[in-house]
Design a binder for this molecule. Structure first.
Ligand code: CA
Length: 452
């Protein structure tokens, strides 16, 4: 009798544990169906200034750690070599030229447009809209730079919460006087008093971590667009002192600003880990455009800078990590784009696109399987006024309306030193046709460049 009781008890216990583990699996599956998604953007950082991209002078251990636990893209591009259109491409998964966002935000509307049209077209469906429609809690933190008017405000563009500023730059420390609306720091529609501002990079990190802690029980989407390491050059004193060995004072400050950015990334990754969210969080890190002399950043071996269609303007640091879903410590060398972030996020959330606009980006997750040798993109395109470019496979063509067209073989000449246009006229013709075909599907700029 005693023995059979024991048997019954054991069998009840086994059933209970089997049920429990099924519940855990179900719960895990539910979590993985809607993983948290964090997109971290840096601003004007040099391609060669990240340790994981070969940088030696500035230490970026936390950003490098994303590469170690995920995939590093060696041929990753943004859609424009300046801040605002680059971000518009990321936020919509569409070439910003499709909706007239060819130039940085200016105050010069093109014929037929008004000043309030300068900004991301409200008809575009953003990554915030997509994730919100999929039941995610969404927040935009940091630099917005998608238009100064209420219709462009992040809370009207798919984000449940906003903590940041509207313009393309502002001081990292507090202004002595309250600045105008676009340079002020906002929490939703409320302006934060300048005297409460400590150091912007740290404040954005703190907001991201508190948002993670507040949203442990529901899926969340964070668009964390640091304005580090864009000008003005302002860093915390103790970090500048750490780089006392760097002679150039601009570069020294830049290094300290990079360290604040990297520390921020580290704090966010630590928060994810502490909350046991590693396997349930897709993290994407991307820089918005290439290096510029203004902040003493470096593109290393890439030719050109911010504002150009050379590789140094448009090729950027791009990392992706999702423990258990994306293999660790891998590189991916086919051309990819910031356009791919939105479709990848939608696919990670196991959902379908809610917006009706045709996307230019693709879901990158299937391509990260080493068996898949297909190319994510047959070609990628750029245009900014007089200059345009196309990359297809290893070839890149640069068209400048006032000069001869250039052709480069990026596989053998990543620094774009040997123009092969005369040697391969058929290739020039082929790429030129691709470019002009693409131009048939884009709109005229809705405003003029601030540099015009
Ligand atoms: Ca930028």
């Amino acid at each position: 009798m005693k023995k059979s009781c024991k048997l019954i008890f054991t069998s009840v216990l086994l059933t209970y544990f089997a049920h429990l583990s099924l519940c855990v699996i179900a719960q895990q599956k539910k979590l993985n169906d809607k993983p948290n998604i964090i997109v971290i953007v840096s601003d004007d950082a040099g391609y060669a200034d990240f340790g994981c991209y070969g940088g030696k002078q500035i230490s970026t251990p936390n950003i490098d750690a994303i590469a170690k636990s995920g995939t590093l893209f060696t041929n990753a591009y943004v859609t424009a070599s300046v801040c605002a259109p680059s971000r518009a491409g990321l936020l919509t998964g569409r070439y910003p030229q499709r909706f007239g966002f060819e130039f940085n935000i200016s105050a010069k509307p093109a014929d037929g447009y008004q000043i309030s049209d300068i900004g991301m077209d409200p008809k575009e469906f953003t990554i915030g809209n997509e994730m919100h429609a999929n039941g995610y809690k969404t927040i935009a933190i940091g630099k917005w730079h998608q238009g100064d008017h209420e219709r462009h405000f992040p809370l009207n563009r798919g984000f449940d919460e906003f903590y940041g500023f509207i313009s393309g730059h502002r001081d990292f420390f507090s202004f002595k006087k309250q600045p105008n609306a676009v340079h002020s720091l906002y929490h939703n529609h409320n302006i934060i008093a300048e005297e409460k501002i400590t150091y912007l990079t740290d404040m954005f990190t703190d907001k991201a971590t508190s948002f993670i802690n507040e949203n442990k029980k529901n899926p969340f989407f964070i668009y964390l667009a640091y304005n580090a390491v864009h000008v003005p050059m302002q860093a915390k004193k103790e970090l500048v002192n750490k780089y006392a060995h760097i002679r150039d004072s601009g570069r020294r400050t830049y290094a300290a600003m990079m360290t604040s950015l990297d520390d921020g990334v580290g704090t966010i990754m630590k928060t994810i880990k502490e909350n046991n969210m590693d396997e349930n969080t897709l993290v994407i890190f991307i820089n918005d455009n290439g290096a510029t002399a203004a902040n003493s950043s470096s593109n290393g071996y890439l030719r050109g800078m911010k504002g150009s269609n050379w590789e140094g303007g448009i090729r950027v640091a791009f990392l992706m990590k999702w423990t258990g879903k994306i293999a660790a410590n891998k590189t991916y060398s086919q051309p990819v784009s910031s356009l791919d972030i939105l479709p990848t996020a939608i696919a990670a959330a196991s959902r379908k696109q809610k917006g009706t606009n045709k996307l230019d980006g693709v879901n990158l997750l299937p391509y990260l399987n080493p068996v898949n040798k297909k190319l994510p993109h047959e070609a990628l395109f750029w245009r900014s006024g007089l200059t345009a470019a196309v990359r297809a496979g290893k070839w890149k063509l640069i068209r400048v309306s006032t000069r001869p067209t250039l052709l480069f073989d990026l596989e053998n000449d990543v620094s774009e030193t040997k123009d092969l246009a005369n040697k391969y006229p058929e290739k020039v013709k082929e790429l030129m046709t691709k470019l002009t075909d693409w131009e048939k599907g884009i709109d005229k700029p809705h405003w003029y460049s601030p540099r015009d």
